[in-house]
Design a protein around this ligand. Structure first.
Ligand code: NDP
Length: 257
């Protein structure tokens, strides 16, 4: 295959979870720009409606579905509906995620479980739902949105780090379990990215903002734009021999910290 054809997603159907805005929206937009047909979901009706409008405004033909990724029957229905509407899913980006910042000794076990449920169990549920279709089609790509917390620990993010560390290992397991069936599963690990999730940390004067700027060799926060090329790479035939890895897009912070 010649270049840049190896990066083309023409004829592919991609499901990006939790993609009405933020990182998910940027990743879905990138896959669409590379030629994929986009399906996305949101758990919240109001955000879903806003997401549908946002894709329309960006000139992207994306189909939005309401679905809570922790609800297995709901996810099975989502994947069946996408198959009926657009065709079998070739590319899955497990993007939906939450973070709860609480010192571990003050964290309610209910909140810990919720983070594990959304950030770790749900990627398993959605991958499980799309893999049979990928096997039937002869291959597919699964991209799990990991985090630097897949590698590091930090105060107040015990549940998130446990979930994202687990997601890295789920990624490696899917790669080894299904690699022989031409399914590649990799992680994409954003560094600190400007999104609504990180808005409070980016306030001028916030000690974390100064810490990030000091520790990131690129000397800036990442943007959703920074994630687009790596996502297209991992979704495309260009990465067909890359399996079970996490690609960190972090401005060099993991190398330095
Ligand atoms: P946002 O909070 O901005 O977006 C997360 C999305 O996930 C929202 O659309 C949210 O929907 C959706 N979601 C949450 N729970 C569910 C659920 N149960 N079912 C379906 N959708 C759900 O996060 P970001 O864009 O910042 O992050 C996206 C991913 O990137 C996450 O996995 C996050 O952990 C990861 N990440 C982010 C970093 C950053 O710096 N921002 C750094 C490293 C990793 P709604 O709002 O409608 O509830």
């Amino acid at each position: 295959m010649s270049y840049p054809d190896a990066f083309s997603l023409k004829g592919k159907v991609a499901l990006v979870t939790g993609a009405s805005y933020g990182i998910g929206f940027a990743l879905a937009s990138a896959l669409a720009e590379a030629g994929a047909t986009i399906a996305f979901n949101d758990v919240n009706e109001e955000f879903l409606a806003k997401g549908i409008e946002a894709y329309k405004a960006a000139g992207i033909d994306a189909k939005g579905y309401i679905c809570d990724v922790t609800d297995e029957p709901g996810v099975q229905k989502l994947v069946a509906d996408i198959e009926k509407d657009l065709g079998p899913v070739d590319i899955l980006i497990n993007n939906a995620g939450i973070i709860r910042r609480t010192p571990m000794h003050e964290m309610d076990v209910k909140d810990f479980r919720q983070v594990i449920d959304i950030d770790l169990t749900a990627p398993f549920i959605v991958a499980k739902a799309v893999i049979p279709g990928m096997i039937k089609k002869g291959g597919g790509k699964i991209i799990n949105i990991c985090s630097m917390m897949s590698e590091l620990g930090r105060e107040t993010v015990s549940a998130y780090a446990a979930a994202k560390g687990g997601l890295k290992m789920l990624t490696r397991n899917i790669a080894s379990e299904y690699g022989s069936l031409n399914i590649q599963c990799n992680g994409l690990g954003p560094g600190y990215i400007e999104t609504p999730q990180t808005a409070p940390l980016r306030e001028p004067g916030h000690p974390f903002n100064a810490f990030i700027l000091a520790k990131t060799p690129a000397n800036r926060w990442g943007t959703t734009q920074d994630l687009k090329g790596p996502a297209v790479f991992l979704a495309s035939p260009a990465s067909d021999f890359v399996n079970g890895h996490v690609l960190y897009v972090d401005g060099g912070i993991l190398a330095y910290i």
